[in-house]
Design a protein around this ligand. Structure first.
Ligand SMILES: Nc1ncnc2c1ncn2[C@@H]1O[C@H](COP(=O)(O)OP(=O)(O)OP(=O)(O)O)[C@@H](O)[C@H]1O
Length: 233
C-alpha cells in the first residue's frame, strides 16, 4: 500500500500545567503531535518532562487545559469524564509497569475484567479470554494466580487484559520497567507482534533505549516539546 497513512492521533497546540498551592507549573505550552494508524511510538525523556502527563491525556484520564486532542474521530478534549471513561473502555488498552493485576483473581479472571462491561455471555467471554491468553503464550495457565507467575508472565496477562476487547490503541507505561532483560525482550517482541500482525497502534513510554529500539519511531520529550525523532528504516 502506498500514500500517506491516515493520522490516528492528533494533538494540536496542547497546553497543560498543574497548580501546586498558588503556583502554576506549565508542562506543555503549544505541543503538537501526529501519530498515524499502525505506528509504534516510543516516548523517552528525562524525569519530569511530562511523559506520564502526555500518556494520561492520550488515555483520557486527564484533559488538556487548551488545544485539541483527537483520536480517530473522537475529540477527547471536548468530552466530560464519563464520556472519556466509556471511550477508553471501547478504544484502548493500557499496559502498566507493575502489571496492576488483582491478586485474588486468576489470570483468566483478570483478563476477563474489561469484558464484564460488555453485553457478552459467559461462554463468549471465556472463548475470548482463552484466545488472548493463547496469543500471549499463556495457554494452560488460566487458573494460576499472579503470585504464582514470573514478572514476565504477569506482564503477558496485563497485555492480554489490554487487548481482550480488541482496541485499536495500546498505551504502555514503562511496560518493561520491572523486568529482567530476557523477560523484557519477550514482552517487547509481543508488542511488536501486536503492532505488525494485529495492526495495533502503540504508544510506549520508556526509559530504556533497548525497549525504544523495538518501536518504529522514538520521540524525545524535553522542556515541553519533542526535541528529536528517530524513524526505523
Ligand atoms: N497531579 C499533579 N499535580 C501537580 N504536579 C504534577 C502532577 N502530575 C505531574 N506533575 C508534575 O508535572 C511534571 C511532569 O510530570 P510527569 O509525571 O508527566 O513526568 P514524567 O516525564 O512522566 O516523569 P517520570 O519519568 O519521573 O515518570 C513534573 O514536574 C511533575 O511533578
Amino acid at each position: 500500500m502506498t500514500g500517506t497513512p491516515e493520522t490516528y492521533i492528533a494533538l494540536s497546540a496542547i497546553t497543560k500545567g498543574y497548580r501546586i498551592g498558588g503556583e502554576a507549573i506549565p508542562i506543555f505550552s503549544g505541543l503538537d503531535l501526529s501519530i498515524p494508524r499502525g505506528d509504534f511510538v516510543a516516548i523517552m525523556g528525562p524525569s519530569g518532562s511530562g511523559k506520564s502527563t502526555l500518556l494520561n491525556m492520550l488515555a483520557g484520564i486527564d484533559r488538556p487545559d487548551a488545544g485539541t486532542l483527537r483520536i480517530g474521530t473522537s475529540r477527547l478534549d471536548q468530552m466530560g469524564e464519563a464520556a472519556r471513561a466509556s471511550w477508553r473502555a471501547h478504544h484502548m488498552g493500557i499496559v502498566f509497569q507493575f502489571y496492576n493485576l488483582l491478586p485474588m483473581l486468576t489470570a483468566a479472571q483478570n483478563v476477563e475484567l474489561p469484558l464484564l462491561l460488555k453485553p457478552l455471555s459467559a461462554r463468549e467471554r471465556r472463548i475470548r479470554v482463552e484466545r488472548v491468553l493463547d496469543l500471549v503464550g499463556l495457554a494452560g495457565r488460566e487458573k494460576q494466580y499472579p503470585a504464582m507467575m514470573s514478572g514476565g508472565q504477569q506482564q503477558r496477562v496485563g497485555i492480554a487484559r489490554a487487548i481482550v476487547s480488541d482496541p485499536g490503541l495500546l498505551l504502555c507505561d514503562e511496560p518493561t520497567g520491572d523486568l529482567d532483560r530476557t523477560s523484557a525482550d519477550e514482552v517487547l517482541e509481543m508488542l511488536r507482534f501486536l503492532n505488525r500482525q494485529l495492526e495495533k497502534t502503540i504508544v510506549m513510554v520508556t526509559h530504556d533505549p533497548q525497549a525504544a529500539s523495538y518501536a518504529k519511531r522514538t520521540l524525545h520529550l524535553d522542556k515541553g516539546d519533542f526535541i528529536e525523532e528517530k524513524r526505523a528504516a
